[in-house]
Design a binder for this molecule. Structure first.
Ligand code: 13P
Ligand code: SF4
Length: 319
């Protein structure tokens, strides 16, 4: 095992070809999120937002799933495909939302609100999903909240998405787990206001994980797929985008004539608009996981079986 892991990767210029050859040899499907490096997106069979990737995972016909995203996304693919190996380039690719909602603390939180139903954002662990009545993503959260009209409802683990959903659905009584995304929380409302003054004709597109003062300035709020679709359809020639800058690749490919501006972060000196977890996945690690079929995502069967129920329910409801 140690000797195998030490095998050298092909030289940089040959990595893409080697990955495609291994993908064919393994009969693997490569699913990638829009926050992956451009070169990873270009090799994928499906590139999408969390919902599209969960849907793609539900329909997999390949022998192996290679997931280029973060752990909770690959875990979702494994929950839907217990009999297939799901490999990832880097098992440490976590998510501040999932990591900030540990299962034991969440269990206590749920127990302290007896009688409340539980709607969890897909950015959470399999254990948290197993404690949930329904899962949502950023593209269907408002629709999923409405399933629980008239019932006390816990929404976890993103407080910014919860606030956005509460406003859109009129459910001001949500019981919210107070997590946040380290990437979306760092956009600066003041910096955005200044950029809008310099570009008065620009349209502002934002992900609902952003803070309220940023969302208040947005012309359009949506998931990564919806942001890309709006960027393509918008009559505006200049777009200011408040989400991870991986989406620039697909927007640039589809509407290369548009001017894309990143919403400024609070700290201009860091690349804080790049998800540090998503960006752990490199071509070298992708090659290695296809070659070695390691590391694999695993979920204990008892948790997997319970977590599958609210995920499949969401997929059924949002068809
Ligand atoms: P999407 O569902 O929009 O792809 O969001 C995933 C995510 O992690 C946002 O930070
Ligand atoms: Fe998690 Fe935020 Fe990274 Fe999305 S961008 S995976 S929510 S840390």
């Amino acid at each position: 095992m140690a000797a195998e892991a030490a095998l050298p990767s092909p030289p940089a210029g040959e990595l893409e070809e080697a990955i495609l050859a291994l993908k064919r040899e393994r009969r693997a499907v490569l699913l990638a999120h829009y926050y992956q490096e451009s070169e990873v997106q270009d090799l994928a069979d499906v590139v999408g937002d969390s919902l599209a990737l969960a849907r793609a995972a539900q329909r997999v016909d390949a022998d192996v799933i290679v997931f280029c995203g973060v752990h909770f996304m690959a875990e979702t693919a494994k929950i839907l495909n217990p009999d297939k190996p799901v490999v990832v380039p880097d098992l440490d690719a976590g998510c501040s939302l999932a990591d900030g909602c540990p299962a034991d603390a969440f269990r206590e939180f749920v127990e302290s609100h007896a009688g409340a139903r539980v709607l969890s954002y897909i950015n959470c662990s399999a254990e948290v999903k197993a404690m949930s009545d329904l899962i949502c993503t950023s593209s269907n959260a408002v629709q999923m909240v409405r399933v629980f009209d008239g019932q006390p409802l816990i929404f976890a683990p993103d407080r910014h998405l919860a606030r956005y959903v509460a406003r859109e659905s009129g459910r001001e009584d949500l019981i919210v787990w107070p997590g946040s995304c380290v990437v979306h929380e760092q956009f600066s409302a003041r910096g955005l206001a200044e950029l809008r003054i310099r570009h008065p004709d620009a349209e502002v597109l934002a992900h609902p994980e952003c803070e309220e003062a940023v969302l208040d300035q947005a012309d359009f709020i949506g998931s990564t797929t919806r942001i890309i679709e709006r960027a393509v359809a918008s009559p505006a020639k200049t777009l200011i985008i408040a989400t991870e800058d991986g989406v620039f690749h697909e927007i640039g490919r589809r509407v290369p004539e548009k001017v894309l501006l990143q919403a400024p972060g609070m700290d201009e000196s860091c690349a804080c608009n790049r998800c540090p977890y998503m960006r752990l996945n490199t071509l070298e690690k992708l090659h290695r996981c296809l070659r070695d079929l390691e590391p694999q995502v695993t979920v204990p069967e008892e948790i997997r079986a319970r977590a599958a129920v609210p995920i499949e329910r969401m997929l059924e409801l949002s068809r």
